[in-house]
Each structure stands twice: as structure tokens, then as C-alpha cells.
Unconditional design. Structure first.
Length: 271
């Protein structure tokens, strides 16, 4: 990687500043998202509240426990949208020669890609996530010791990298296929289904897929189940949630390898 750390840091900060200025030029756009996103997630958790109230515990989970898990999942989703949304744009950059501009710059290509945009919409995702998470914490009497705060930060960081790594790997397939954007909806759906709802909702084979093949259960299910000591059948043993940061790093590393392998095949297709 060419250049010093301070140089890369200054470029990232300046890029973030320009990105934020562009988005603030259209406040009505942000306001519309600010209304829609909380409605979406609050309505989702309300439906779970109705179900858990009518049928008591859902697959061994009470509503406050589900709120804890749901809010925890939204933290990493919001941060992924803030810092890693450019991974969704790889197909467009391949088909419209967007990487041409990056190639001529004496900086790492992946760094340039990831620092293109800081997305304020992700911050809106954090609002309902915080409210729902705090609701769960208050009703479950979670003690916020220094250890628990550090554990929360490390878990959310690992989950964010896990999400970003999945998007990076899948979207990098565009270097071979020229099309990968349609898979974003699939990956988003898998992440939501595997992180915002208890894994015990699903058939056993799906639980194994979400635990080992596409390990989205490490985003929130295993951390929440271990933290809250929820006694439900599960594919992996108690304590496995401590692996979330390492799983996140591994998935993100795999994503970078797929990206760099694909980049070697890149040929400008713009007009």
C-alpha cells in the first residue's frame, strides 16, 4: 500500500466531508428516509410484540429478549450502511468504467472504493435500533458494566464487518459476470432474517446454514442468546458468541480476497 497512514487518513476524512456535504444539499431526501425507516422497523417490532403477547414466548424468547436481539442487529446494519454502502455499487462501477478513475490514482483500490461515500441514511437506521435496544435492556435489567460495554462494542464491530464482507464478496462477482446488483436484495433479506429474528424460529437445516455456511447468526442471535442466557436448542454451543469479532474479520477478509481477485479481471467497459 502506497503512502503513509496519515496520508490515507487525511484522504478518508476529506472524502467523508465531501460526501456529507453532497447529501446535505438535499435535506428533503434525508427527511423522507428519516420518516420511512423508523416506521419500517417500529412496525416490524410491533408485530413481534403482538405475536409474543398473544402466544407468550416465541420459540423460547420473550418480547424484551427479542427487542434486545432486534436492536442489536440494527446497530451493525446501520453502521454497515454508513461506512460500507459503496460495496453495493461495484456492479455499476464495473459496467460504467467507474474503476478507471480509481486505477490511475496511487492509492489502494479497496481503500478508494470504501471511502467514496459516508451514507447518512445509515445513521437513521441507528435511531430505531437504539430505542428498541434500550427498551429490551430496561426490561431485562442489563447491568452496564465496563466489561459489557466493551463486549457490546466489539460484538457490533465484528457484526458490521461480517455484513460488509458478505456484500463485498457477492458484489465482487460482477468482475466475472458483469451483473451482481440483483443479489443485494437477497443478501439483505438473508441478513435480516438471520439477525432480526431468533434462529430458533427456523428449521434445523436453516439454522446450520445461518451458523456455518452464511454465518449471519453471529450478527445478533448468538451474542443475544449468550448475553441473555436464553435456553433454546441451537446448532453451536454456549459461548460461541465470543467468536463474532473473529467471524466478522474472516468474512471481511474473504470479501477482500474475492474483490482483489476480481479486480485483476477488470477491463474498462465504459464508452
Amino acid at each position: 500500500m502506497k503512502g503513509s497512514f496519515s496520508h490515507y487518513a487525511s484522504v478518508a476524512c476529506y472524502g467523508a466531508k465531501l460526501s456529507l456535504q453532497r447529501q446535505l444539499e438535499y435535506p428533503a431526501f434525508l427527511l423522507s428516509w428519516g420518516l420511512m425507516i423508523p416506521i419500517q422497523y417500529f412496525s416490524g417490532i410491533w408485530m413481534l410484540h403482538v405475536l409474543s403477547t398473544r402466544f407468550e414466548a416465541l420459540s423460547g424468547w420473550t418480547f424484551p429478549q427479542i427487542a434486545f436481539l432486534y436492536g442489536l442487529a440494527l446497530f451493525s446494519h446501520g453502521l454497515q450502511v454508513v461506512f460500507f454502502i459503496p460495496t453495493w455499487q461495484i456492479e455499476w462501477m464495473v459496467t460504467n468504467a467507474g474503476f478507471d478513475r480509481l486505477i490511475v490514482r496511487p492509492m489502494d483500490m479497496l481503500f478508494q472504493l470504501l471511502t467514496r461515500v459516508v451514507n447518512l441514511i445509515g445513521c437513521i437506521d441507528l435511531i430505531p435500533g437504539t430505542v428498541i435496544f434500550l427498551y429490551g435492556c430496561l426490561h431485562l435489567n442489563i447491568p452496564w458494566s465496563v466489561t459489557n460495554v466493551v463486549l457490546l462494542i466489539v460484538t457490533v464491530a465484528g457484526a458490521t464487518l461480517l455484513r460488509a464482507g458478505l456484500y463485498l464478496a457477492v458484489n465482487s462477482l460482477a468482475f466475472w459476470t458483469m451483473r451482481s446488483g440483483s443479489l443485494n436484495g437477497l443478501i439483505l433479506e438473508i441478513q435480516q432474517r438471520g439477525s432480526m429474528y431468533p434462529l430458533s424460529f427456523y428449521p434445523w437445516f436453516v439454522q446450520w446454514i445461518f451458523s456455518l455456511l452464511i454465518p449471519v447468526a453471529f450478527i445478533s442471535f448468538y451474542p443475544a442468546a449468550d448475553w441473555l442466557k436464553v435456553d433454546v436448542p441451537r446448532p453451536l454451543p454456549v459461548g460461541v458468541s465470543l467468536a463474532t469479532p473473529f467471524v466478522g474479520l474472516l468474512v471481511f477478509w474473504i470479501g477482500t480476497k474475492v474483490f482483489r481477485a476480481g479486480l485483476k479481471r477488470y477491463e474498462s467497459t465504459g464508452s
